[in-house]
Write a protein that binds this ligand. Structure first.
Ligand code: HPA
Length: 235
């Protein structure tokens, strides 16, 4: 048992999917896994372990933003021995070639996160959070096998969803190949490197940032299923 997860030793698999929304964790467990057991309901941030094609997999909600996600990822790695962790979530796209419902496999994360500023920025350093190469390759292969198009790209992990600074940052980052915005991958990749475990992000586009277009609930559901298949095959 760790501070924020009530699982007993051995109840969490070494392969963990990380949706932000705890109800998504429940949905994944109920619809994609067999022999499911709920191992934690602390703060309603549900965690489940089950099997996918005979492979033991856990699904843990993390909440939104790097500070919340960091708590769960630290405990999964340090207390429960998680070794392969994939964030499955949504992102906003700034790239005209990455549209609503498209899937993005995240290879690296630019960030303005206070967490990495406090780790590195205060020392004058800029640290590059990157996904694990082998896990990335497994996800690209899984998407190809399933016949689902997926763009390998870089995201911007932002601290603020409601950001009053305007869209200049997103426009600048897009010039450097950063094509979508979300709020967690930078911390997941940084912790993966810190503790020598494999991490990756697989995201579906829920909104177009500049055009202010949003996916319908039906579209989100449809594309979510494809993303989960890729993540479960890859992990
Ligand atoms: N910004 C930040 N995080 C997000 C967005 C967004 O537009 N869409 C989905 N996650």
């Amino acid at each position: 048992m760790s501070t924020h997860i009530a699982a007993k030793e051995g109840e969490i698999a070494s392969r963990v999917l990380l949706p932000g929304d705890p109800l998504r964790a429940k949905f994944i467990a109920e619809n994609f896994l067999e022999n499911v057991k709920c191992y934690s309901t602390v703060r309603n941030m549900f965690g489940f372990t089950g099997t996918y094609k005979g492979k033991e997999v856990s699904v843990q909600g993390t909440g939104m933003g790097t500070p919340s996600q960091s708590i769960y990822v630290n405990e999964l790695i340090q207390f429960y021995g998680a070794k392969r962790l994939i964030r499955t979530g949504t992102c906003g796209s700034t790239d005209p070639n990455l549209r609503i419902k498209d899937m993005a496999i995240i290879q690296a994360a630019a960030t303005d996160s206070g967490m990495n500023h406090n780790r590195f920025g205060v020392h004058g350093l800029i640290y590059p959070p990157v996904a694990d190469f082998n896990l990335l390759r497994d996800a690209v292969d899984a998407a190809a096998r399933l016949g689902y198009p997926a763009k390998v790209t870089t995201c911007y992990s932002a601290d603020q969803f409601y950001d009053e600074r305007g869209e200049e940052k997103e426009k600048l980052l897009l010039k450097y190949g950063v094509s979508c915005v979300e709020m967690e991958c930078s911390e997941l990749f940084t912790l993966g490197a810190r503790f020598g475990v494999q991490t990756l992000g697989i995201l579906t586009v829920s909104d177009m940032i500049f055009e202010k277009e949003y996916a319908s609930a039906f579209e989100r559901e449809q594309t979510f299923t494809k993303m989960m298949e890729v993540a479960l095959e890859a992990i």
